[in-house]
Design a binder for this molecule. Structure first.
Ligand code: NDP
Ligand code: GDR
Length: 333
């Protein structure tokens, strides 16, 4: 039975990946931080049989201990401060977790693996935010980086370190340069879920409006369930490499609003959407669209969920959650 260790198992991708690896017959270990982490119950419900280990990406000895106990064949480093907006407010913590955390987990593997450093395969959750102020469209593996946030800078550090440990020590270390991916499990601080949850609540008469920042930026949004499959495929190759994972399509926040409100039968959303400078960023990433041809060709991967289907899935899930939370038979107004 192959063994996998996942950091960030309580997050969106950790849940999908844990589920996927369980169905593939893996013994799944997950790193969980803090005392009485409230998300543990959700992880145990979604990933039956998961073994949770206490640890934190800011604490090397806890990572060494997690690797020693789990003796993983594969390690997926998904843990991070992942919200770009927060990374300006907590820049140092972002550097420590999203950046230096990669160094610590790689060191934990190197120290624990001993002579055979490539026996524990490593996946790093790199990001399209590394491209930032875009120098080439669509963005591919060779596109130069120009990060626009402390988060993006920290991800560049983690990305280069992953490449460096592969080149320095011969580790089987891969970096997935993933573009935005969403799902009903997405955190409510991210724009897609903020919109779909807001739309569901507006449709049910529970909320009057949604307050957003920049409506002009464009993102390449895919479905998280598809993207964890690409992570797994990277670690099944004969040799380690870096891959862009994206849909190749880009949409603005306005288009996200069009699709989300359309799902509940509202054609003109302008009365329901406000803007507030609070939600604008000190520096913005205006346009992201990835070229996934390397992942498609070498990994045999392809996205299966369209933008409209993704939005419909998220709005429908939020309608169900809001109805359940309200505990009454609410109807779309
Ligand atoms: P989430 O924000 O949903 O999950 C982040 C995870 O990191 C949580 O499990 C969180 O734990 C954990 N974490 C935070 N701080 C620490 C720490 N100090 N030590 C250990 N774990 C910690 O992110 P996603 O699932 O969406 O993303 C997974 C990874 O992929 C992240 O690294 C993200 O930056 C990256 N990424 C995501 C993309 C996306 O569109 N989703 C695109 C490209 C990259 P807790 O629950 O305790 O807070
Ligand atoms: P992003 O995702 O920064 O791309 O990072 P997010 O959903 O936070 O922002 C996308 C775009 O929407 C604009 N926006 C708003 N964003 C939020 N969160 N809230 C708002 O109210 C709002 N209004 C407008 C933003 O300015 C931005 O242009 C995500 C994360 O998952 C990262 O961890 C990951 O690396 C990248 O995707 C790829």
């Amino acid at each position: 039975m192959p063994r996998a260790l996942i950091t960030g198992i309580t997050g969106q991708d950790g849940l999908y990946l844990g589920e996927l690896l369980t169905t593939k017959g893996y013994e799944v270990f997950g790193l969980v931080r803090g005392q009485s982490n409230p998300k543990v119950a959700t992880v145990e419900r979604i990933i039956p049989g998961v073994e949770l280990l206490e640890g934190d990406l800011t604490d090397l000895s806890s990572l060494i201990s997690a690797v020693e106990i789990s003796q993983p064949d594969e390690v997926y480093n998904l843990g991070a401060i992942s919200f770009v907006g927060l990374s300006w407010k907590q820049a140092e913590l972002t550097g420590e977790t999203t950046g230096m955390g990669v160094l610590r987990i790689l060191e934990a593997l190197r120290i624990t693996a001993g002579a055979d450093v490539s026996r524990m395969r490593f996946y790093q959750a790199s990001s399209s935010e590394m491209f930032g102020k875009v120098r080439e469209t669509p963005q591919r593996e060779t596109t130069p980086f120009h990060p626009r946030s402390p988060y993006g800078v920290a991800k560049c550090f983690g990305h280069y370190l992953t490449v460096n440990y592969r080149e320095s020590y011969g580790m089987f270390a891969c970096s997935g340069m993933l573009f935005n991916h969403e799902s009903p499990r997405r955190g409510i601080e991210f724009v897609t879920r903020k919109v779909t949850k807001g739309v569901a609540r507006i449709a049910l008469g529970l909320q009057d409006s949604i307050t957003l920042g920049n409506l002009e930026s464009r993102r390449d949004w895919g479905f998280a369930g598809d993207y964890v499959e690409a992570m797994w495929r990277m670690l099944q190759q004969d040799s380690p490499d870096d891959y862009v994972v994206a849909t190749g399509e880009t949409h603005s926040i306005r288009e996200l609003l069009d699709a989300s409100f359309a799902r509940v039968g509202i054609a003109d959303w302008t009365p329901y959407v406000k803007q507030d400078p609070r939600f604008f960023r000190p520096a913005e990433v205006d346009l992201l669209v990835g070229d996934p041809s390397k992942a498609m060709g070498q990994l045999g991967w392809k996205p299966t969920v369209t933008f409209t289907d993704l939005v419909d899935m998220m709005v429908d899930a939020d309608l169900a959650v809001e109805r359940e939370t309200a505990g009454q038979a609410l109807t779309v107004r």
